[in-house]
Every structure is written in C-alpha cells, then in structure tokens.
Write a protein that binds this ligand. Structure first.
Ligand code: B12
Ligand code: SF4
Length: 463
C-alpha cells in the first residue's frame, strides 16, 4: 500500500473526527454482506408500504450499481444522545417523541459536514477525486456498509451498535473514487442478550436481527401514510413520533456519552411534549413549528393522527374537549383517529359528541370508526344483569331497550324460555336501578323471578 493511501486514510479519519463524527470507518465498495437477507425481507413484505426500498432493491444490494466509479466508502457515525432520560411517570397528557427527532434534521447537518470532508480530501490529494455523499438520502444499505467498515456490528435490534458508543448515532457515507486503507468488521457482541426483542411493545421482531417494520412504532408513526391498524394502536402508548425502546434497553447504551452537537438538543416543547395543544395545529402552524425538524416527514395529518392515538391510549379526560373539537378537523385521517381516541376515553360527553358527528359525517371510513367507537363506549359501560325467567323474557327486554333509547344489547329471539332459564342482559351502568325498576313496573311481576348482579337484587326487591 502506498504511503499516500495510508496517510490519506489517516487524514480522512482525523478530519472526520474534527468535523464531529465520533465514529469513522473505511471500506471497499462491495455488495452488502446481507444483500440476500435484505432481498428476502422485502419479499416477505416486512417493509410494509415503504415502496422506495423495493424500487431501489438492486441499487441497495450493490453500491456499484449506484456509484460505478466509486472504489471506497468513508462511513461516519454522529452521536445524537443528550442526557434527557425518559420520565419514569409522565404527568398529564404528555407524549413521547423519539430522541433522534428532538433537534434539527440530521440529514442536512451531516451532509454539509461530509461535503466539507470531500473538499478537504480534494485539497490534499494530488489527483482529481470524485465523491458522493449520502445520509439516509439515497438507496444505500447504510448499516450493512458501516458494519463492513468496523463502526459497529448489526445487533439483534437491527441497530448498528458500537462497543464504546452504543447505538445513539446517525450514519452517513462518503463514496470516493480513490483507494484507501480499509478497516475490518468487528464481531457481533450481542451474545445471549435479548432484552430488545422482549421489550418491543408491539412485538415487531420476527426474531433476532429481523424486524417486521409493519409493526414497528417508528414505521407506524413516521412512514405509514394512512390509518394505523386498530389492533396496534393500543400497543403504541404515548409515542407520537418514532420509538426508542429497543435502544433504551440495550446494555451498550447504558453509558452513552452526550453529544457535543447543540443542534441535537431538544427544541422547546419537543421533549415529552404536552399533546393537547398539538391537536389544534393548522397546516401553517405545523410547518412553522417543525421547520428544519425530522417531524415534518410525518406531515400534519400523520402527526395529528399519532397525537390522537396517544391521547386515546392515555385515556386523557382533559383532552376530551380538544378531541371533540378535532372531530371537525378538515382531514378525514385525523377525524378517524380522533373518533377512536374518544371511544377509548369513553365519557358520556365523548359519546354524545360522536353521535352528533355521525349525523353530519359523510366520509365512509370516519363513519365506521365513529360507529365502532360508539359501540365500544356502550359495551364498556354496560353491566351485566342476570335474569331468571318464569315466563317469556322478550317483553322485559324490549321495555329495557326502550328505556335506554335503543342503546342496550339485547338478544333478538329469547322468547318463552323454560322457567328459570338464566338470561344475561347488558344495560348501561348509569342510573340502572331507577331505569330497571321502571322497566319492571311496566310488566307483570310474575314474569321474572329474580335479577342478579351488583345491587340489582335490591332493585328487584323494591318492586
Ligand atoms: C427503512 C428504515 C427504517 C424502517 C425499517 C427499519 C429496519 N430495521 O429495517 C423503520 C421506519 C421501521 C425505521 C425505524 C428506525 N430507524 Co431507520 N432507517 C431505515 C433506512 C432508510 C433503510 C433501512 C433498511 O434498508 N432496512 C431494511 C433492513 C432489512 O436492512 P438493514 O436495516 O440495513 O438491515 C440489515 C441487517 O438487518 C442485516 N441483517 C439481516 N439479517 C441479519 C442477520 C444477522 C445474523 C445479521 C448480523 C445481520 C442481518 O442485513 C440487512 C441489510 O444490510 C435506514 C437508512 C438507510 N438508507 O440505510 C434508516 C436507519 C437504519 N434508521 C435509523 C434510525 C435511527 C431509526 C430509528 C431508531 C428511528 C426512531 N427512533 O424511531 C428506528 C429504529 C427501529 C429499528 N428497530 O430498526 C438509523 C440507524 C442508525 C444505527 N445506529 O443503526 C439509519 C441508518 C438512518 C441513519 N442514516 O442514521 N427505519
Ligand atoms: S423502535 Fe420500538 S416498536 Fe420499533 S422495534 Fe424498537 S421497540 Fe419495537
């Protein structure tokens, strides 16, 4: 190896560190060692709706298809860790934005620094140098490449983990037309640890090293453009943008050192933000508030969708007025998730607002969400009464149903049941005794032998 290659490589590392890249590694341009695994991952549909991954599969598998002139890659990692732990218990209606998105958008910042690294190289190298910079901005398997350059190993949580720095860092690459002195990959040090796999609240890991992105909160809150599948919403907790859990539990992150980059410290209102005011952001306010922030990627509609889901999960009573207001949001996607949240919170006020909205709502999917939310509230606030019949039960049920304005679950056909057949009736929890007593009063006492459950024996005794 010529002294020029050696000294250029050393110079690049020095300069990269001076530019704020805590991690630097050099590798030859070659197909990713896991290109086949990546292809299988795509084929199995684990990438969900991220069509851009599929469209650029060939370019990602082998960077030679992307930058045919390139010989070497400088991989860099920039630490974004700031010493703000997740609060143990969050008071009020606070959400969680993942720490990578607290400050300025890393893409621009890192790209600029890598561009100046390229200029520096051009300044010292005797011949013309071609170069191309990527920071999550091109069809590159960044973790695979950085792994080959020895920056870290790909862990079971699929993060690139540095033995000294953990995984709170972003990756970027500078492809070069010159040969360099290459680093060696380091060995996987996850060992038997599987804390990340167990900690994932949505069960997004198919197994070690394999993520089903469709279940990952990061995908659901950032990449997914449409509705969040209903069965996953309750598992998302108060996350409104990204998720950090599988990194938070990683032992290699315990001693993470804070970054020196001011730009990654939390902007005002982004660390555990108060969610209610976010629900009323207009398009313009959203853009102004998150200018230069990664949060823009979710767009207003995606972000407000996430905020609604988090408020539903928090069962935030104080959020009910704001949610009711947001039932009139201009965006149907937001209204859908707001309806779901109101259904989760389930107060009488929420129920009334949902029913009112149903009278004017014209979007089919929003209507369906509202109907489900109404049904959920009713069924969760219902209590069960068990009635033993002496005669047919249907008249009694009809009477009860009438009292509850039709919002009682009654079976259609239990007529003339044998004597003493127990029948379960669901009625709303509120003021049950008066209403039930009234319902009874309309019927012949001899029709029923007994009501059972809660205080209903007493109610019956009063008849
Ligand atoms: C698509 C994408 C996502 C998707 C899918 C994530 C995933 N794990 O694949 C979603 C939206 C879910 C996502 C989430 C996040 N992302 Co993201 N994401 C990307 C992106 C654009 C492409 C990744 C990709 O190609 N995924 C497909 C998988 C199959 O490929 P891969 O990640 O390279 O995985 C390799 C390994 O899994 C390996 N492999 C497969 N099987 C096996 C088996 C064994 C035994 C081994 C050893 C390896 C191995 O081969 C694969 C191919 O190289 C990259 C940027 C880029 N251009 O690379 C950022 C990137 C990976 N994301 C990043 C970050 C920070 C995140 C989040 C932490 C953000 C957040 N806080 O919410 C989360 C973390 C979630 C997680 N557990 O991964 C960083 C990761 C930095 C790091 N230190 O690792 C990257 C590199 C962006 C950047 N420039 O910094 N992301
Ligand atoms: S980021 Fe969160 S949801 Fe996604 S895999 Fe990690 S723990 Fe699971």
């Amino acid at each position: 190896m010529s002294p020029t290659i050696k000294s250029l490589s050393a110079r690049i590392k020095e300069e990269a560190q001076r530019l704020g890249f805590a991690l630097v590694g050099l590798s030859p341009v070659q197909p990713s060692p896991h290109e086949e695994t990546f292809a299988q991952w795509l084929r199995k549909g684990l990438g969900g709706e991220m069509g851009y991954l599929k469209r650029t599969e060939e370019l990602r598998r082998d960077p030679k298809n992307l930058v045919p002139w390139a010989v070497s890659v400088v991989s860099v990692g920039m630490n974004y860790y700031t010493p703000h732990p997740r609060p143990e218990k969050q008071a009020g209606s606070r959400g969680w934005i993942s720490r990578y998105a607290w400050g300025d958008d890393y893409h621009d910042l890192m790209k600029e620094r890598l561009e100046s690294l390229l200029e520096k190289i051009r300044g010292v190298y005797p011949e013309p140098v071609e170069g191309k910079v990527f920071v999550d901005s091109g069809p590159v398997l960044e973790r695979g490449i950085a792994g080959v350059a020895g920056i870290g190993w790909i862990g079971k949580n699929t993060h690139l983990i540095s033995p000294k720095r953990g995984s709170w860092f972003f990756l970027g690459e500078l492809f070069l037309s010159v040969e360099l002195a290459y680093d060696r990959p380091i060995k996987d040090r996850c060992g038997k640890c599987d804390l990340c796999l167990k900690a994932c609240p949505t069960g997004a890991f198919v197994g070690p090293y394999v993520l089903d992105a469709r279940r990952c909160i990061s995908y659901l809150t950032i990449e997914l453009k449409g509705a969040i599948p209903q069965h996953l919403r309750p598992l998302m907790g108060n996350h409104v943008f990204g998720c950090d859990i599988c990194q938070e539990v990683c032992p290699y992150n315990v001693k993470a050192k804070p970054t020196g980059e001011e730009a990654f410290y939390p902007r005002e209102g982004l660390y555990a933000p108060e969610l209610i005011p976010l629900l009323s952001l207009s398009e313009e306010e959203f853009r102004r508030r998150f200018r230069g922030s990664p949060i823009l990627r979710a767009k207003r509609r995606g972000f407000l969708r996430n905020v609604a889901v988090a408020l539903g999960n928090l069962k935030s009573l104080e959020a009910v007025p704001a949610l009711i207001h947001a039932l009139r949001d201009e965006d149907a996607l937001v209204r859908r998730h707001v309806a779901w949240a109101l259904g989760e919170i389930g107060t009488a006020e929420a129920l009334e607002a949902l029913r009112k909205r149903l009278e004017v709502e014209s979007d089919r999917e929003v209507r369906e969400e509202i109907e489900e939310a109404v049904a959920d509230i009713l069924s969760s606030s219902l209590q069960s009464l068990q009635i033993h019949t002496k005669k047919g039960i249907l008249p009694f049920m009809k009477a009860i149903k009438a009292h509850y304005d039709g919002h009682v679950v009654v079976p259609e056909e239990p007529i003339n049941l044998p004597v003493n057949t127990p029948v379960r009736v669901l009625v709303p929890e509120a003021d049950e005794s008066t209403l039930i007593t009234e319902a009874f009063a309309k019927l012949s006492e001899t029709s029923f032998s007994r009501i059972w459950d809660n205080d209903e024996d007493a109610a019956y005794d009063k008849l």
